[in-house]
Ligand binder design. Structure first.
Ligand code: GRF
Length: 202
């Protein structure tokens, strides 16, 4: 069982997709939900599934950034998923969870990624570029925003869209399919690095 912590900042639809995915039953267990926010939709989802949740911050009932690694070890976390988490991951966490942190990004990296490229900003940039496709990317997390090796991508046709919101809707749908698929492959040890390229085994 892959004991997983999910880092969030928003409504938590990707967390919900993980928790409701039948393909992850007996493979992935979400043990912690972590956010930089005091309240967010994702915390409401965590409550519904009786999952412990913590806010990273300086207030009394928050978890300090410096205590994060200890908390994750206390919960015996094997793997970390960033699902809408908007802050940069501290390098100490990356060192302690090397190649054990993934992020889902709502565009086809390496295009339309990097600092500030989140939420509707991404889809506005894609729309204004007149790109004919967009999609979701899942990648390993390193010290730079959206720069880790790409694990999986799923493309959507946006040639006929009329707004950035329409792109967001199409992309979010494939995110909810891609993330559980990749997590299952991770739990099955079917994500390998061959000559520097990440491959998903059948
Ligand atoms: C998703 O679009 C994800 O790709 C991006 O942040 C959004 C999170 O949405 N990193 P949700 O909170 O999972 O609904």
């Amino acid at each position: 069982m892959l004991r997983t912590a999910v880092f969030v900042s928003g409504r938590g639809s990707n967390l919900d997709a993980i928790l409701n995915s039948e393909e992850l039953i007996n493979k992935v267990s979400v043990q912690l939900v972590i956010s930089d926010k005091e309240n967010c939709g994702a915390f409401e989802i965590a409550k519904r599934f009786n999952i412990n949740f913590f806010t990273i911050g300086e207030k009394e009932n928050n978890i300090k950034s410096s205590q994060l690694v200890d908390l994750l070890k206390e919960y015996k976390i094997d793997f970390i998923v960033l699902a809408g988490y908007l802050k940069l991951i501290p390098s100490e966490l990356i060192k302690n969870f090397n190649e054990k942190i993934i992020n889902i990004h709502p565009a086809l990296l390496p295009s339309f990624g990097g600092k500030g490229m989140y939420g509707i900003n991404v889809h506005k940039a894609v729309y204004e570029s007149s790109a004919k496709v967009s999609g979701a990317t899942i990648h390993f997390v390193n010290e730079e925003y959206d720069k880790g090796k790409i694990i999986a991508q799923k493309v959507v046709d946006i040639s006929d869209v009329k707004s950035p919101e329409e792109i967001a809707e199409k992309v979010l749908k494939v995110e909810h399919q891609l993330l559980p698929f990749v997590l299952k492959k991770i739990a099955e040890n079917k994500i390998v690095n061959i000559g520097g390229r990440i491959k998903i085994l059948p």
